[in-house]
Design a protein around this ligand. Sequence first.
Ligand code: SF4
Ligand code: ZN
Length: 378
Amino acid sequence: MPRQCDICQRARAIIRRPKTGQRICKECFFHVFETEVHHTIVDGRLFSPGDRVGIGASGGKDSTVLAYVMKTLNERYSYGLELFLLSVDEGIAGYRDDSLETVKRNKEQYGLPLMIVSYEQLYGWSMDSIVEAVGRKNNCTFCGVFRRQALDRGALMLDLDHIVTGHNADDVAETILMNLLRGDIPRLGRCTEITTAGDGYMGRSKPFKYAYEKEIVMYAYLKRLDYFSTECTYSPNAYRGYARQFLKDLESVRPSAIIDIIHSGEAIKVSEEVQAQKPSSCERCGYISSNAVCKACALLEGLERGIPKLGISRSAKHFERQAVEPVHFERLREKAHEMRRRRMCGDSNPCTTTSCDDSCHGTTCACTTDDDGAGGCH
Ligand code: SF4
Ligand code: ZN
């Protein structure tokens, strides 16, 4: 006999929720999925009315569902956001060119403006040419560093206040495991933050931080969303692959493992002694950097001098040339600071005092700088 939905008790249950094990109908699944993301946004105080928010859009399932859900929630709950699709073209033939076609269709389907920034245009190198020069060992290091800066540059061009990315609960749990396994304690301390907004970086957040990958796929499938599902041609990232497989094995015997790992990561307190160095600016391009020369400039110089390993090593003493076109990053700093103030003081009590001034450099706020430490695509 068909089983009724555990939530509405009326319609026929057609799915079993991977996150909770409940058997529910399609409409109730849409409702709980969207409502949980809404709570994540509200509880994390991710936005304020009037914010210009860029959705990092790759054409893949996570960012496609994110764009759809952000648009839906923005209308349903009157967030008052101005939404944009922001894509990075790494220059990977047969992969990114095809996935960007999906984003262009999403632009029409969702009626959202789209901006595409390319590595070729920003750095003079596509990923295809980088792989030709460096081989397939460190390619994701180049790609990850360039993508972070490319998104910030695109955000500046669009005058955004904030970027949202499609990182889901599985990604966050994998990153916690990876940072734990390689002993990267500063990143372990930061990678569970729902929002990162440090000096010099555009604020970023993850509205899908608690959304299971399986449910995102299910949502995309049941809503018949148009997304691209091929893996990058250059996707080795073996270390993440091990963490991912380990997580999948854990999830198969205990579905709550993903959320449990995130909650454990959130509960870890990292002592101030191991927190990140105070950031300053790259002496060449002005981008945020804890060294004299930022990682992107270092990598570019290695490429242009035909010694790509130069940029991968940590020392900047061999660098001679200007590599990245300088950009005015002051605006990013202002926005990052503004965001920290909001998160500290709450939207209902916007901070006009000095409770968070720039001198804290993010250290007194929950939302300190840097990425999730995963490198590469994540
Ligand atoms: Fe770039 Fe991701 Fe491809 Fe690595 S796997 S080259 S980070 S797009
Ligand atoms: Zn630089």
